[in-house]
Ligand binder design. Sequence first.
Ligand SMILES: [Zn+2]
Length: 82
Amino acid sequence: MMYKCPDCDSTELDVTITTMARLVQDEDGPQTLADEAQHGSDHEWDNNSVMICRECGFQAIAEEFEVDDEEDADDDEAVSHV
Ligand SMILES: [Zn+2]
């Protein structure tokens, strides 16, 4: 399984990620310190994360970019393209 642009077939993609930051709250108000989070370098994304094609600018959730290596994937749920 891999991801490629449904519009131009490019695999040059960017994906939005979620990362953890340490929340520090003092008199200045809340601040986030990404370096001090327990999982500071971890980042997460899934099929609902927004991907952008670097070639043509197509933008959609990662699910829309998903390509199965096997042509006949056992998947009855058709991905609806907008
Ligand atoms: Zn594209």
